[in-house]
Design a protein around this ligand. Structure first.
Ligand SMILES: [Zn+2]
Ligand SMILES: [Zn+2]
Length: 399
């Protein structure tokens, strides 16, 4: 059920302004009831106080279920409108406008007239969207596909409205650009989706065609080849803890460093060989020396080397890789809930004792501490003991 409650002033009907207005003031319910019956004959008052109306509103010969509840103070601005699900879909894009009309209308009938006007408009756009495109659309599109070459098409639906373009970058990686063709094609551009780390903006020339999409998609991929080269090297030769299955659009990686430590980094897809944003996670004794190295040697970063080569030489470590380690070598699950992913958070709170180093989710540790009387809190930090080794450990409260 959809509900509108609007905060604003109403009821500006100045006395004596017009005859109609005057009448309304003397017999507001009766005159409004009459008009309402004319406008919405299927919407009937449910009580004597006229605080609830239930029934149907008719748009283009179709009846939609609707219920209006007016609060006891009779302020239309606080009215609640409940719609059936089809109506909900129709008003979805017009919620702001409807709230505004609710504020501005002097009475329920005036509002419903406006409401019907909005719905008429919405039904029309919906019909336009669902009606099939003209025959010229299909002939043009087929011609454009043939010009492009069928080998560039990896999918096309029965209605010829969704087409996937398949492209290969300079290193042979396959990329898919999913196009939703506008019924006004080729006058209007298609909608375009692709798994890229940067937004893809299609500019549509006067005589745009699928060729224009292909040319711009190829250019976008060329600009990203260096970024994907970096990410492929990282994915191939390190243990990526996060994301579990990196996509071409992901710019973040969390790499296992061993000893319950990990490196979280974000690579700039436009400048992939620049120093990425880095965060070290894990037990303090393991992480602190690495942090110090990273800070001290940041300026030794060499843009002509790859990210991985730079990180190795700055941190002075070899990253555990799938050839040297198996994933079970990294204790990844939270020591309290035994899960890796909890909602969207990962176990990034780690016991500082290097012999323990057990990771926990922040929320799990916080809840655990709260259940123990021995824990104490200072500002937003709670201090307690590691559930595994009893060494002191603290956790920040959730913001
Ligand atoms: Zn947990
Ligand atoms: Zn511990």
């Amino acid at each position: 059920m959809l509900q509108f409650t609007v905060q604003s002033d109403l009821d500006k009907c100045a006395a004596g302004e017009t005859m109609d207005c005057h009448k309304k003031q003397l017999f507001p319910e009766i005159s409004d009831d009459h008009r309402l019956l004319q406008e919405c004959p299927l919407l009937l008052p449910q009580d004597r106080g006229r605080t609830c109306y239930d029934g149907f509103i008719t748009i283009k010969e179709r009846d939609f279920r609707i219920r209006v509840e007016i609060p006891l103070d009779r302020q239309l601005k606080n009215a609640r409108i409940y719609c059936d699900w089809i109506l909900q879909q129709l008003v979805q894009d017009y919620q702001k406008l409807i709230k505004q009309r609710l504020q501005q209308s002097d009475n329920l009938t005036d509002f419903l007239i406006e409401f019907k006007r909005i719905l008429n408009c919405s039904v029309r756009t919906n019909e336009e969207l669902s009606s099939p495109p003209p025959p010229s659309y299909y002939s043009q599109l087929i011609r454009d596909i043939v010009d492009l070459g069928w080998d560039k098409i990896s999918f096309v639906d029965e209605e010829l409205r969704n087409i996937n373009l398949r492209l290969h970058d300079a290193c042979g990686r396959e990329h898919v650009f999913a196009l939703k063709i506008n019924p006004q094609y080729p006058k209007e551009p298609p909608e375009c989706r692709a798994d890229l780390p940067v937004p893809f903006h299609l500019t549509w020339p006067q005589k745009g065609s699928l060729e224009s999409v292909l040319a711009q998609a190829s250019a976008a991929m060329d600009a990203l080849t260096a970024f994907w080269d970096e990410m492929d090297e990282i994915d191939k030769s390190t243990w990526v803890l996060e994301p579990e299955r990196p996509t071409r659009g992901d710019t973040i990686r969390r790499l296992a460093l061993g000893n319950n430590a990990s490196l979280h980094m974000e690579v700039d897809p436009r400048h992939p060989r620049m120093f990425p944003e880095c965060r070290l996670l894990g037990p303090e004794p393991v992480v602190t020396p690495l942090k110090n190295k990273l800070n001290a040697k940041m300026y030794e970063w060499e843009p002509q080397l790859s990210i991985l080569q730079n990180l190795k030489s700055i941190l002075g470590i070899e990253f555990p890789s799938p050839t040297s380690h198996s994933k079970s070598d990294f204790s990844l699950e939270c020591g309290i809930c035994y899960m890796y992913r909890l909602d969207s958070s990962l176990p990034d709170q780690v016991c500082d004792d290097p012999r323990c180093g057990q990771p926990y989710h922040q929320a799990c540790l916080y809840e655990w501490f709260r259940s123990l009387p021995s824990c104490h809190q200072s500002f937003n930090v709670v201090f307690g003991e590691c559930p595994y080794c009893n060494k002191p450990i603290s956790v920040k409260m959730k913001p």
